[in-house]
Design a protein. Structure first.
Ligand SMILES: [Zn+2]
Length: 493
């Protein structure tokens, strides 16, 4: 494999050179994972939390992103012991819903990025490769234990808009920071994710806040049912209050004379500490005049009124809901996918599989100058990294470790804005990791990682797709190392 140090110096030539490496890596792959950076959100016109935090009024409030994403429980009754560590949900609910409400509204109003349509084409190509190799195995050897088909594609992202999840179904998608569309009980009374109506938008006022205005008919924000003791007590109180409230039932308009019997007796009020039940309609308010001849039946619909509080509350305990956004974390199921893929790549191939994989890429057998062992084909893995972001350094480091885990059968294609950091493929402790992975000392990530420079993720994916689709035009020349070198490394005269 051509070493990265040999990359052409001219930017346009270098871009094309690495695009061809990338397009070939995708073409040959049997497993793919795609990482999508938050950067795609701002490219599509959505509000990024990082940008929002540094703009007024949130920059003057002084809360940190950790406080906005805190998973600590909503605990106003404990008081604030250390204000710098308290979640904004507890300290300042209007600011909490204003901040995330802005992000939520921009996500809900935004059209899906067309980039996903191109990603689907890459994924489907890799899945077809995988399926063909799996079928070849089945034809070759029907006696031994059948290998599991397993997953061949995975998408993981620091985006919180859930568009990948919605558009890439049924492909496995992991959201490393959670989803802005989902809500959790602020008190953690249960782990159920709760949704808002998709038409709903937060009414963020010009000051950047969502004020607590309860517009539920018959209740006010200071109503006792909004007060809260504990999850269980909350449910008990809510049910108790519900019992004392008028229930929807037919209102029978009767003659005032008969209605007088329903008035509470004087002694009743002393026995019960709670307010006496109100009659659905006070007979005293009946218009004077002759009683109607027929009975008129009406229905009160208190419970059917829409709940339209601007600060959403938990369905179960009525504590405030928090947005399901967490500190970035790579989930276990993705790590399992990588481990499983790495094991599959090390499996010896059947002759039918060798023939099939060789046919996919005509370089494996035509280059006779290389030792035979190195020309033997194997299944391949590709990691497509869309965007490079120093804020998610840990994710990029994890991706490099993934390439090492594939032991020469995995490649990383990074689409990023031109920068020295984006072109550098290393991390602290790489040597000890190399030893742990039992990799040869000569193993260099530079031979397996390619940075395709582009001004935006969108443009980078489009460029790569064009190169991928035109592959038949350039692959023969590309696979001929002499021709390749003549084109990209012309001898200086
Ligand atoms: Zn709850």
């Amino acid at each position: 494999m051509q070493k990265k140090a040999d990359a052409p110096q001219d930017p346009a030539m270098r871009r094309e050179y690495f695009q061809k490496f990338g397009a070939s890596a995708i073409n040959d792959a049997h497993f793919i994972s795609i990482y999508i950076d938050e950067q795609l959100a701002s490219e599509c016109g959505m509000i990024s939390p990082t940008q929002l935090l540094s703009s007024p009024p949130y920059n003057t409030l002084g809360y940190t992103i950790q406080q906005y994403t805190s998973t600590a429980q909503y605990t106003p009754e404990l008081g604030i012991t250390d204000a710098t560590k308290q979640p904004v949900l507890t300290l300042n609910r209007p600011a909490f819903y204003g901040f995330w409400g802005n992000v939520f509204n921009s996500v809900m109003d935004n059209k899906p990025a067309e980039t996903y349509q191109l990603l689907i084409q890459f994924i489907e190509h890799v899945q077809a490769n995988n399926e063909a190799v799996y079928k070849a195995w089945m034809q070759e050897d029907q006696n031994t234990k059948q290998p599991k088909a397993g997953l061949s594609s995975f998408v993981f992202t620091t985006l919180t808009d859930s568009q990948a999840k919605l558009l890439l179904k049924p492909i496995e998608v992991a959201e490393l920071q959670g989803s802005i569309r989902k809500f959790l009980c602020g008190r953690g009374c249960c782990a159920d994710l709760q949704d808002l109506n998709s038409e709903y938008r937060f009414p963020v006022n010009p000051r950047g806040f969502v004020e607590s205005v309860a517009t539920r008919v018959g209740q006010d924000i200071v109503d006792p049912s909004y007060g809260f003791k504990s999850p269980l007590q909350g449910i008990i109180d809510r049910e108790t209050i519900a019992l004392t409230k008028p229930k929807p039932k037919p209102v029978i308009v009767e003659k005032p004379k008969e209605a007088k019997k329903e008035k509470p007796k004087e002694g009743d009020a002393e026995k019960k500490p709670k307010k006496p039940k109100k009659a659905p309609l006070d007979p005293a308010l009946y218009p004077a005049g002759p009683a109607p001849e027929k009975l008129i039946i009406k229905t009160l619909q208190l419970s059917a009124q829409p709940v339209t509080e601007t600060q959403p509350v938990c369905t179960f305990c009525q504590a405030p809901l928090r947005f399901n956004i967490q500190p970035c974390k790579i989930p276990t199921n993705y790590k399992q996918f990588i481990t499983q893929t790495s094991k599959t790549l090390q499996l010896p191939l059947q002759p039918a599989q060798v023939t099939l994989i060789s046919a996919q890429h005509n370089n494996y057998q035509t280059n006779k100058s290389q030792p035979v062992a190195k020309t033997l084909p194997s299944q391949k893995f590709v990691l497509l990294e869309l965007g490079y972001n120093t804020a998610f350094k840990k994710v990029h480091e994890e991706n490099l470790k993934t390439v090492m885990q594939m032991k020469g059968n995995g490649f990383l294609v990074r689409i990023a804005k031109p920068s020295d950091e984006a072109r550098t493929f290393t991390f602290d402790g790489i040597d000890s990791y190399k030893t742990n992975m039992q990799l040869d000392a000569s193993f260099s990530l530079d031979n397996y990682c390619y940075c395709v420079e582009a001004d935006s993720i969108r443009q980078g994916v489009i460029d790569l797709m064009e190169m991928f689709k035109d592959r038949y035009l350039w692959i023969a020349e590309w696979d001929d190392l002499k021709k390749r070198n003549d084109k990209y490394f012309p001898k200086k005269k």
